[in-house]
Design a protein around this ligand. Structure first.
Ligand SMILES: [Zn+2]
Length: 287
């Protein structure tokens, strides 16, 4: 049974697991909160790897929520984890074969290999603290298209809201974990999960539907630009997709003037929060 380690670094937590890369299943897994500085991150990563690996020298794939230079294997910039800048594999100071990838790219790769997807244009959107995205065309692997897709930072409004990336009017500043947390606070909810759970309350539905218009515009742009025929949603917010998917689909359809002439499907991921880990582990074996 071929095995590899997959690590998925998010703004809120790190997931580290030993993966059966044939069956695409998790053998062992540890989740921890994301450290607040690089020194703690380095010691956390090494401790998690040592605990999961049990002295085996497995290949390791690491998913970062940001921009990756695939050719030179550098994690260039992570908007929601500001201390990760121009990080190279060497800085981890390990003997394992380690590969870096963008979290959405690797989660999409997890979907591709688990479902044996080799044709079509697949758009993958992660709805977590931030919003990530990835595109695969006819089974292309992470980085192969040469397109860094920062879906959360496509511009949807002129002089719009301030975003964590330093720009204005990004999708993420309207629909993301951090943007919805502001709404949750205003409506007296402790967090975004409890806010979305109350989606059917009129006051909550109104503000979420307003934010959904921006997500719908972004997805419609992917369909119009790339001819995406499958859009997979994943991430902490997407796990509650069943509540708002009908409204989202309706809003997307309004923005796709090609709707009568093309087919696209919008669905939640079947791998839930394991997609990134499974994709990262599998990707490490391709290098
Ligand atoms: Zn932005």
């Amino acid at each position: 049974m071929p095995k590899a380690i997959g690590i998925d670094i998010g703004a809120g937590s790190i997931k580290c697991a030993l993966v059966d890369t044939d069956a695409h299943t998790i053998i062992r897994r540890i989740d921890e909160p994301t450290p607040i500085d690089w020194t703690s991150m380095l010691s956390t990563l090494n401790r998690l790897i040592d605990t999961i690996a049990e002295e085996e020298n497995y290949h390791i794939g690491i998913a970062f929520p940001g921009l990756i230079d695939y050719q030179n294997q550098i994690a260039i910039h992570c908007p929601n984890i500001s201390y990760i800048n121009n990080l190279t594999v060497d800085q981890l100071n390990r003997k394992n074969n380690i590969v870096f990838g963008n979290d959405a790219d690797l989660a999409l790769y997890g979907e591709q290999i688990a479902r044996h997807i080799t044709t079509g244009t697949i758009a993958y959107i992660t709805l977590g603290s931030g919003v990530g995205g990835a595109i695969s065309i006819d089974g292309s692997k992470p980085g192969e298209l040469g397109l860094p897709v920062e879906f959360g930072h496509i511009k949807l409004a002129s002089n719009g809201r301030q975003c964590h990336c330093g720009g204005n009017g990004c999708l993420e500043s309207y629909f993301s974990g951090w943007a919805l947390q502001i709404v949750a606070n205003q409506l007296g909810h402790s967090d975004v999960t409890s806010l979305i759970a109350d989606y059917n309350q009129p006051a909550v539905k109104t503000v979420i539907d307003e934010a959904l218009q921006y997500l719908a515009m972004g997805i419609a742009n992917l369909i119009i630009l790339f001819g995406a025929n499958e859009i997979i949603l994943n991430g902490k917010i997407a796990n509650m997709t069943h509540l708002f998917l009908p409204s989202l689909k309706e809003a997307i359809d309004k923005n796709v003037f090609l709707k009568p002439y093309c087919h696209y499907d919008i669905k939640p991921s079947g791998l839930i929060d394991e997609a990134g880990i499974i994709g990262a582990a599998a990707f490490s074996l391709t290098k």
